[in-house]
Ligand binder design. Sequence first.
Ligand code: PLP
Length: 384
Amino acid sequence: MKPSVVAIKQQDIFKFNARAKKIPGAVNMTVGEPNFHTPEHIKQAAIRAIEDDHTHYTVPEGNHKLLVAVANYLHDKYDLNYDPETQIVATTGVTEGVFSAFNAILQDGDEVLIPSPAFTIYGPDADFNGASPVYLDTSKTDFKVTPDVLAEVLRTNPRIKIFLLNFPSNPTGVSYTEDELRALADILKDHDIFVISDEIYSELTYNFKHVSFGNILPEQTILLNGLSKSHAMTGWRFGVVCGPAEVISQINKIHELATTSITSITQYAALEAYTNGYDDPKAMQVQYQERRDALYAGLHGMGFECPTPDGAFYLFAKIPEGYEQDDVKFANDLLEEEHLAILPGSFFGIGGEGHLRFSYAASMDSINKCISKLQSFLVNQKKL
Ligand code: PLP
């Protein structure tokens, strides 16, 4: 019998969104996907794939030409060196990558260390694979894991088999510098654990270059990346899992059992993205940065404290003193009274209490409306 899904916070997010959708004209700042469309040249490559009858089963890991293109892209962008023959599998999004990697590595009774607040699938994925999530509250350390805390947690929890790292982070938008990553690697190298590094937002960083953990500790890192965020391709369901050949071979077996392979047409779209789409993320990144700056300034003006997001398209802000501190009540009242949908921080687990997660994968118009609705909500709360 598998663990109950009741604990999955994702259900709370779906329910909250369903309520927001029923309110005509509500401004929605909850959405975790780009509000851009897939670039035209990628769509055309998929159309050509259909016309050329590339509509049959493929090998489980994905077509060789695609995996070569992925390896080249990761090398050119992040200086990574993965062998397309043995070290890369194309998965049905990073979502499947997390599940297949956990399934390949974890045994009953193992533990998965998850810095929290966190993207909602990691904990349930650990549960479903017989392991227990161990959540590490990062709210007192700028939403980052520090080497001291990591060393202590690993020393006292010998059953941890996976350390889940996600940067730039959903839900906080914070990332790690190369020095910070090296300091974590220094601790991790002495432990028999894998780092699963979810770097799906690697192309959406602001003011600094993303450094992959696959570069820092390659022998222990399973890198997850994909096209959902960088190329506005959420519905195509494309991700990659890269790492040491032995573990990738295991992950590919799980992946084959679950899926046979990813969709052949998506593979042709991804081949185009990884071959001719190097610059596609840039135009979107520039717009996200403008939106981030506008939202950050507006929120600061109202007394919200938040780390300046280094990447992704999220801003994780602390509700100012003097207002309702229960984030779920705050978000529910905001939705009812101002028709503004923002997710409560506690939907993302320990450390998220008293915070709100804003997604700025929304138009500038929505961001401006969000700021003025929030202002009016705070003024009305003050009067109570
Ligand atoms: N990882 C993180 C941190 C995410 O925020 C998301 C989606 O919001 C995913 C993975 C899912 O990625 P994919 O669309 O590739 O399954």
